[in-house]
Ligand binder design. Structure first.
Ligand code: PLP
Length: 367
């Protein structure tokens, strides 16, 4: 007898991560792997976060504090909010999953943007929701049309700002109009995973102070994975109305964020000077990488993140494979229906140099 999962899961394929470095080293016989596929920070975490992480080793026989109260309170202070306005998750991935689990009944509608972050549609589809996809304009979310598509069946509108994989952002004006236009019966989830890299732009929205008080249906997601350089610890957080977050808190696993992760993130949050240095160095490195790629003839979109969205000149998968053989891992974008594009994380100047050299050789062979 075949035991099938629920209907909404039957077409779901497992997440296919890039191969681990160790496996690549073995397979290709290479010593150095340059990993530019997952938007990780090439500059690592704050030394204060590392020290807190190491110190946490003394407490590993204990369960972590359920609900991450210390980190939650610190984040609330950081954003000048109450702890009830914050919920900490195992990466913002977990919060996206919890939002879908807590709020979506089968057949509810979820509005996403074409080429918007893939996790939104994946998680919503697993709950049996109907996904409404709104085309982008110039690689940017069409927030006006997204808001117009909302109706009484709409439960969540998901917007990554800036967006992964395009690296583009919607402006404060666009977002303000969007929040005003969406009916109060639908949740608006603004995923600001790359906030720290985008906020240098004057027209990038300050969503938390601007929108939270006026819009109880707004949830903002942030993460320690990118600018804080702590992707391995899996910590993200949601900011929103206590009533909305209260539903997520009810379905949260009791110890969803592990003990070293809570301690390290608390220390990382306290080291804003390190964060500022990371952001400045990444932006500098991003701009020189973009210029060098354009010089090589690639189409590169302006980015407000720590990665670049690139027209690959050949099929994205072929380019990724050719670079892979040279020990450089980038991210093809077939899962986004963008077979001619790739996404490349900004590395250190040395890593970027290795990438540019390899690209020259790959494109020379392809010519
Ligand atoms: C837009 C966006 N949201 C959420 C995530 C997931 O982040 P986390 O590592 O916090 O789960 C990512 C990861 O790259 C992302 O690009």
């Amino acid at each position: 007898m075949e035991i099938l999962p629920k209907r909404s899961l039957r077409g779901v394929t497992p997440f296919a991560p890039e191969q681990p470095n160790e496996q690549i080293r073995r397979e290709l016989g290479l010593k150095d792997i340059v990993r530019l596929c997952s938007n990780e920070s090439s500059l690592g975490p704050s030394p204060r976060a590392l020290a807190a992480y190491r110190q946490a080793a003394d407490s590993l026989s204990c369960y972590p504090d359920g609900g991450s109260p210390g980190l939650r309170a610190a984040l609330a202070r950081h954003h000048k909010l109450r702890p009830e306005n914050v919920l900490v998750g195992s990466g913002s991935d977990e919060l996206i999953r919890m939002l879908c689990e807590a709020f979506l009944d089968p057949e509810d509608e979820v509005i996403v943007s074409q080429h918007g972050f893939v996790r939104f549609r994946q998680q919503a589809a697993m709950m049996g929701a109907r996904i409404i996809e709104i085309p982008m304009t110039d690689w940017t979310h069409d927030l006006e049309t997204m808001a117009r598509a909302a109706n009484p069946r709409t439960k969540i509108l998901f917007v990554a700002n800036p967006n992964n994989p395009t690296g583009t952002y919607s402006t404060a004006f666009e977002l303000r109009d969007f929040l005003q236009a969406v009916p109060a019966t639908a949740l608006v989830v603004i995923d600001e995973a790359f906030y720290d890299f985008a906020v240098e732009n004057d027209d990038y929205p300050r969503t938390i102070p601007m929108g939270l008080r006026k819009h109880p249906n707004l949830v903002v997601l942030r993460t320690f994975s990118q600018a804080y350089g702590l992707a391995g610890l899996r910590v993200g957080y949601a900011v929103g109305d206590p009533e909305v977050l209260g539903w997520l808190d009810r379905i949260r696993l009791p110890f969803n964020v592990n003990l070293p992760a809570q301690r390290a993130c608390l220390a990382a949050l306290g080291d804003q000077a390190f964060l500022a240095r990371t952001v400045a160095a990444t932006i500098k490195s991003r701009e020189s990488l973009a210029a060098a790629l354009r010089e090589q003839g690639f189409g590169v979109l302006d980015s407000a993140t720590n990665f670049l969205f690139i027209h690959a000149r050949i099929r994205g998968r072929a380019l990724s494979r050719a670079l892979f053989k040279r020990g450089i891992v980038i991210h093809p974008l077939d899962e986004y229906g963008l077979g001619d594009h790739v996404r490349i994380s900004v590395g250190t100047p040395e890593q970027n140099g290795a990438l540019l050299k390899a690209l020259k050789s790959v494109m020379g062979e392809a010519a």
